[in-house]
Design a binder for this molecule. Sequence first.
Ligand code: CP
Ligand code: NVA
Length: 306
Amino acid sequence: MPHFLDIADLSPDEMKTILADAHAMKAARTGLPKGAPDPDPALPGRALAMIFEKSSTRTRVSFDMAIRQLGGSSLILNAADMQLGRGENIADTAQVLSRYVDAVMIRANAHQDVVEFSEQAGIPVINGLTDRSHPCQIMADLMTLEEHYGKLEGLKLAWVGDGNNVAASFIQAAAKLDFELHLSCPKDYGPREDDLIAASLCGARLALMGDPKAAVQGADVVIADTFVSMGDADATKRLADLAPYQVNTALMKEANPKAVFLHCLPAHRGEEVTAAVIDGAGSLVMEEAENRLHAQKAILKWCLLS
Ligand code: CP
Ligand code: NVA
């Protein structure tokens, strides 16, 4: 069953196929109204259920429009409104939904819950963000960089801030595709050791650097994310500890003069990034957000047609 749970589960060729399909589908519908189906919709009649345990704007809307453009339909379910929120177990929920719909996307607090759901479901399951990873986001980010630079090979990416779920998926991607990834995170906010080891063993070119300036030196891409992710309890302490890792104009000056800025959004201007950077000429955040739609269409096709 082709579940899309983590970048680590994909082969480099599968990633390249998904990315190429995303670019092709984006180009093929140039000029069409956003609500119009693709010229040759790939998933007619398919139904996608989305379960949200946490808030979402981009993932919710982009998956909804993705399945519509592919000719299918969607159901958006807040976990708290389901029997799941009253204690029904994951196994029964997964098996029941598998009788009604063709695929499920889940945004969950605990990664293990998505894994368990996938083990019980008879249909493809997509990870729409957990405490551990955000693989759909990284496919859109890589697509955005391919669009901008023409290729990923040889790029130097610098992640600055919390070594969180989005960072984990970037680390996994660095093990699959040929780019260099520098990470600068404060003590106690670094990426998980097992992610770093697994990616390094697969050939990822990773470097952990305490000093954000060193990490960003000569980078083609600088990436930030919120200092307080959904589910993080210690917001005040996090904001204080992570403050020196803000991406601002002075930090961007250390990067390649033509460096671009990525952020998965939602952003907090004045915290992890200044307005001058995220709203400046080098920011690709809106292209990145748009590409969630195109990348996820390719993910849905990979799950349902391969
Ligand atoms: N980047 C992202 O996943 O955004 P949402 O939380 O709005 O879905
Ligand atoms: N790291 C953030 C990403 C939000 C899309 C979070 O988990 O809240």
